[in-house]
Write a protein that binds this ligand. Structure first.
Ligand code: SF4
Length: 257
């Protein structure tokens, strides 16, 4: 996922003490938005069900089949691509990964791989030393602890080097179709604030707000829709508000009309 503004806050590793990250069950509690008292109890993230429904309708019309833009053929490749996408565009990652996966397609190929060899392959994605170290570390743990299979639970994914909640949500939601949370990248963070779906200061708290507001069945697709919406219309700078179907629902100070 690209990170254009405040990348370190959005894409960085989550606080290990985060309440949401340490949640033991992979089945989150039901969203509380349906409770009418929520407006009073949680004024910071409340939006009316009617307004939320209108947002869903417009996003469904704009992006009926939202998908992850990172090229991959299996969960491990998506994990690697997502690690590479930190503070880098998906376009750049997609230029690197086809060659990378031709050379080293499986977790076992990375066990014992000299870090400098991998660094050369992924150099153009930025932060290549850290990313190479994390990819080798994650692949090694996948082989040694998980029999070579990329984990399917949040807890196990978070035990891999370089994997924070955002990356784990991408892998679980896109590769396995498991909705454990909502992906909060720089686009999702910005747009949830503009649409007043959250006023939280951290991606972890924004995710908690989205999990309360949005039905679980929409967690994966809604994140993809917001990411696409941020790439095509609601840009960080100079959003295309005149073309935005959500304009009547938006009173963001960033609005340009
Ligand atoms: S009106 Fe502008 S700022 Fe508001 S959601 Fe649409 S593009 Fe974004």
């Amino acid at each position: 996922m690209p990170t254009q503004s405040k990348p370190s806050k959005i894409a960085g590793k989550t606080n290990p003490k985060s309440k949401i990250q340490n949640r033991k069950s992979t089945t989150p509690k039901s969203p509380k938005a349906a409770n009418p008292k929520s407006k009073i109890e949680n004024p910071k993230w409340y939006t009316s069900p009617e307004r939320l429904q209108k947002i869903f309708v417009e996003l469904d019309a704009l992006f009926p089949k939202p998908e992850c833009a990172l090229l991959h053929e299996n969960p491990f490749q998506l994990l690697v691509a997502t690690i590479l996408s930190a503070q880098c565009t998906d376009e750049r990652v997609n230029k690197v990964t086809p060659g990378l996966f031709r050379k080293w397609p499986t977790p076992r190929d990375y066990v014992g791989l000299p870090q400098d060899e991998l660094e050369k392959e992924i150099h153009s994605t930025g932060f290549f030393r850290n990313k190479a170290k994390n990819i080798i570390g994650a692949a090694t743990r996948i082989v040694n602890e998980f029999g070579g299979l990329t984990p399917r639970t949040m807890e196990e994914l978070l035990s891999l080097p370089g994997v924070a909640r955002k990356t784990a949500n991408v892998v679980l939601g896109t590769a396995y179709g498991i909705a454990v949370g909502a992906v909060v990248d720089t686009h999702v963070f910005r747009i949830t604030h503009r649409l007043k779906l959250s006023q939280a200061k951290t991606p972890e708290k924004v995710e908690e707000d989205l999990m309360r507001l949005v039905p679980q069945a929409r967690w994966v697709s809604f994140s993809h829709q917001l990411i696409l919406f941020g790439r095509k219309i609601c840009f960080a700078r100079k959003p295309l508000c005149a073309e935005c179907p959500l304009a009547t629902l938006c009173d963001s100070p960033d609005k340009t009309i």
